[in-house]
Ligand binder design. Structure first.
Ligand code: DX5
Ligand code: ZN
Length: 216
């Protein structure tokens, strides 16, 4: 499958959100990645529904919502109703992951499941049959601008192998954290096809070239 770039807005100038959105869309970003953090599941607080509503108004490309929050089922309806096109939640944060997936699907949108670097593939395996996307964290979630963890590549390959052997070739694998023009190649080789990037693309002099360098 051709690869997509999901631009993490955590890496942009949040005081200038609508022009940052236009700029990164013009640079070729396929999706807008919105990192929602609750200060409990991760050690940081980012933004929530009021900000995502504004992002949705300004956006022309799909909204890729990444919920780094405990007990995500509480907020699925809110993030779906404001116009998320995909909602990804963390397997470590959900008591009953299947019911979260079903709740996301009840809104007719794509459901993603994510795992932290320390979480084994076996934690998401039972849900591969019903998700549309698997987000493999390539850094510990919580902050932008961290260094890519190469140990996570093996998990990408393993998940790609499992999905392919289940006949789920259309389920995408997204990678998030420390993605740049170099690390993206390892991820692509391992089987990822949605590349999240914040600091690398928003910090680039030439954003178009930076986004293009991720479409390997
Ligand atoms: C980290 C977030 C990421 C982050 C990526 O917890 O999930 O989406 O913004 O930022 P970079 O690309 O700078 O590593
Ligand atoms: Zn993210």
């Amino acid at each position: 499958m051709y690869s997509l770039v999901s631009a993490s807005l955590l890496g942009c100038d949040l005081a200038d959100l609508s022009s940052e959105i236009k700029s990164i869309e013009q640079a070729g970003a396929d999706w807008l990645h919105c990192d929602v953090m609750d200060g409990a599941f991760v050690n940081n607080i980012s933004f929530g529904t009021p900000v995502l509503k504004c992002i949705k108004k300004a956006a022309s490309v799909p909204l890729d919502t990444h919920l780094m929050i405990n007990d995500p089922i509480r907020y699925i309806d809110d993030y779906a109703q404001l116009g998320s096109d995909n909602i990804t939640f963390h397997v470590e944060a959900a008591g009953d992951p299947q019911s979260v997936i079903d709740r996301i699907h009840s809104h007719g949108i794509s459901a993603g499941i994510s795992l932290k670097p320390a979480t084994p593939v076996s934690a998401v395996k039972p849900f591969l049959e019903s998700v549309d996307l698997v987000l493999v964290m390539t850094v510990d979630p919580g902050f932008g601008g961290q260094k890519f963890m190469p140990d996570t590549l093996e998990k990408i390959s393993e998940i790609r192998y499992l999905l392919d052997s289940m006949g789920k070739k259309d389920v995408r694998i997204e990678v998030d954290g420390g993605i740049n023009g170099t690390t993206v190649k390892y991820c692509r080789e391992a089987g990822a096809d949605v590349m999240v990037s914040g600091s690398y693309i928003f910090g680039a002099q030439d954003r178009t070239a930076a986004v293009k360098s991720l479409k390997v």
